[in-house]
Structure formats: structure tokens, C-alpha cells
Design a protein around this ligand. Structure first.
Ligand code: GLV
Ligand code: MG
Length: 322
């Protein structure tokens, strides 16, 4: 199932690449993003969509993507383009594609419709049925209200993605600057509820939670600040629109080295303290910190993210000498 193949792979940086631009498609192959998504939706003008489909099929089949997760964003179901996007891309390059991203998802039925279409194409083309995953973008109030049903509408769903630009427009937020606080809102974070709602659905249903774009692409400090908020809550990654954002996202959505070392040390220490030799203790002291089963669970999360990101330990806990 798709959940085994890619959902546990890191998606710290998800690079947006307009399918209408062959030069950008080629350049994206060499960037260090965990995921690329080749776009036929909002970054591509209506008249350029037919060529974008063809460019994307060619770029996927040419290969050279390394171990990046390869995703194509199709148009949403309220347009006239979706079915042709899916059929052309999956018939043309289904074996070289990991997920289809569905934007502006509002209901579970829209996910089911994509699942059904994918299944038919996979059968027709002799592809493994169910291997191609779905990434669902939540971009309006209706989608957020239905986010649990959307997350569980198909086993293909791997990620729930916040689409801030469309979302801000859909709720009439008084701001044009994606990710920044709307003028007049001087307490807290105007995005907190939306981010948390998406994160709760993702965690409850074992999906990855992905933050959307930051459009001031020259402002890497701004990107770091905004990314830092969703990373702190527990999001798995964020869209990147420019090569300069890639390294920042990979860093922000990985644990800090000291946290990774600490997490691995908690796991080793707790393992030892709960053993026969360590005294079969349910709670114990690690330096000045009391650790117990809940500490182990928190440490597992940080350690898993660090291992997935290829981090190595720089400091190792040793059991007390006899
Ligand atoms: C992304 O699609 C967004 O609308 O922010
Ligand atoms: Mg959008």
C-alpha cells in the first residue's frame, strides 16, 4: 500500500515546479528537496496546461530524480481539467510517479473519485493497484470542516497539506501576505487553529502534515520564522518555491543535533533502566531529568525524524559502571 512505500519517507522540503517550464523541471532534479511536485494547477496558465501535462510525463519518464518523492499536482475537481490531467499523466508515466496531489479538496467523495480513476488506470496499464498515493490539499473552510473524512477517504491518502493562499482568500482574511499575521490581529497566531486542525487529522489517521508555501521567496529569514512555527507544532515539512528555501526547510523540519542526541540517549537509557540489569524501573533519572514511558514516546518521535533525515549521533549515553 502507498502508506508503506512513501508516507514514512521524509517530506521536509516539497519543491513546487511549474509543469509548463521544461528548464525548471530539469533544474529541480538536481536540488536537494525530499519531494518534488510538478504542477498543472495554479502555477500553470489555462492555455499552457496541455503542454504542461506532456512536459511532466517526459520529465518523469526521463528519470534522474534520485530518491525524491515524485508528485504531480492536478487541477481540482470543480474545473474541466482534472480527469484529463490524471489520465494523461498516469497513463503516460504512472510507473515513475509516487503520488497525485489533489488541490482544494472539500469532501471525502472527491478523494474517492480520484481513487476510483487511479484504480481504473492502474488496471488498464498493468500497474500495481493502489501504489500511487494521494496528497490532499486543504484550502477552504469546507475542506477543513471535513478534514477527518478526507484523511480517511482512501488508504492512498499519505499527506494533508495546508494551502494558505487559497485558504486566506476563502475565509476573507484581511491580508495578502501568506504566512504573516493579518494587520489588526495583534494577539497570537491567526493560523494556529487551521494548522492544529490539520495536524490533529494527520496524527489521528497516521498521515503526514505538510505546511504550504511562503511567497516572499527572497526572504529566507521570513521563511525560517514561519516554517519554524509549523515545525514546532509537529508538521513534517513545508513547500519550497525557490532553491534557497530547500536547505532551510531540510534543517527546520529535522531535529536539532542536540535534540536528536538527547532522544537517542533517552531511548538507550530507558531501555537499560527498565531491564533486569538496570533494576526494572518504570521511571529513572537521566542526568537531572526524570524519564518514563511518556519520555520514551516523545524521544521515539524525535529519533525517528532524525534517523529518517540521515542524522548520526555525536554523543552516547553509557550505563552507570557496576
Ligand atoms: C497553495 O496551493 C496555496 O493556495 O497556498
Ligand atoms: Mg492553492
Amino acid at each position: 500500500m502507498p502508506a508503506d512505500s512513501t508516507s514514512l519517507r521524509p517530506r521536509r522540503s516539497c519543491l513546487a515546479v511549474p509543469g509548463s517550464n521544461p528548464r525548471f523541471l530539469e533544474k529541480a532534479k538536481g536540488l536537494d528537496a525530499d519531494q518534488v511536485f510538478l504542477d498543472i494547477e495554479d502555477a500553470v496558465a489555462p492555455l499552457a496546461k496541455p503542454d504542461a501535462r506532456k512536459n511532466i510525463v517526459a520529465a518523469l519518464n526521463e528519470g534522474g530524480w534520485g530518491d525524491k518523492i515524485r508528485v504531480v499536482r492536478v487541477n481540482d475537481w470543480t474545473t474541466e481539467w482534472t480527469y484529463r490531467d490524471v489520465i494523461e499523466v498516469v497513463e503516460g508515466a504512472g510507473a515513475n510517479l509516487d503520488c497525485v496531489m489533489l488541490p482544494k479538496v472539500q469532501t471525502a467523495e472527491q478523494v474517492v473519485a480520484l481513487d476510483t480513476l487511479l484504480t481504473q488506470i492502474e488496471k488498464t496499464m498493468g500497474l500495481d493497484v493502489g501504489r500511487i498515493g494521494i496528497e490532499a490539499q486543504i484550502e477552504n473552510a469546507q475542506g477543513l470542516i471535513n478534514v477527518d473524512a478526507i484523511a480517511t477517504a482512501s488508504p492512498r491518502v499519505e499527506t494533508i497539506i495546508f494551502g494558505p493562499a487559497d485558504f486566506m482568500a476563502s475565509i476573507n482574511m484581511k491580508s495578502l501576505v501568506v504566512g504573516e499575521q493579518p494587520p489588526g490581529y495583534d494577539v497570537g497566531d491567526a493560523y494556529h487553529y487551521i494548522l492544529m486542525r490539520i495536524l490533529m487529522a494527520a496524527r489521528a489517521h497516521d498521515k503526514q502534515a505538510i505546511d504550504g508555501p511562503y511567497l516572499q521567496i527572497r526572504d529566507t529569514d521570513g521563511f525560517r520564522r514561519v516554517a519554524g512555527r509549523s515545525a514546532a507544532l509537529g508538521f513534517d515539512g513545508k513547500w519550497v518555491l525557490h532553491p534557497d528555501q530547500v536547505a532551510v526547510a531540510n534543517e527546520v523540519y529535522s531535529p536539532r543535533q542536540e535534540d536528536y542526541d538527547h532522544a537517542e540517549n533517552i531511548l538507550d537509557a530507558y531501555d537499560w533502566f527498565t531491564s533486569e540489569q538496570g533494576g526494572k524501573k518504570g521511571s529513572a533519572m537521566l542526568g537531572d531529568e526524570m524519564i518514563d514511558e511518556a519520555s520514551r514516546k516523545m524521544a521515539l518521535v524525535v529519533a525517528a525524524k532524525g534517523r529518517a533525515a540521515g542524522m548520526t549521533r555525536t554523543e552516547r549515553w553509557q550505563p552507570p559502571a557496576e
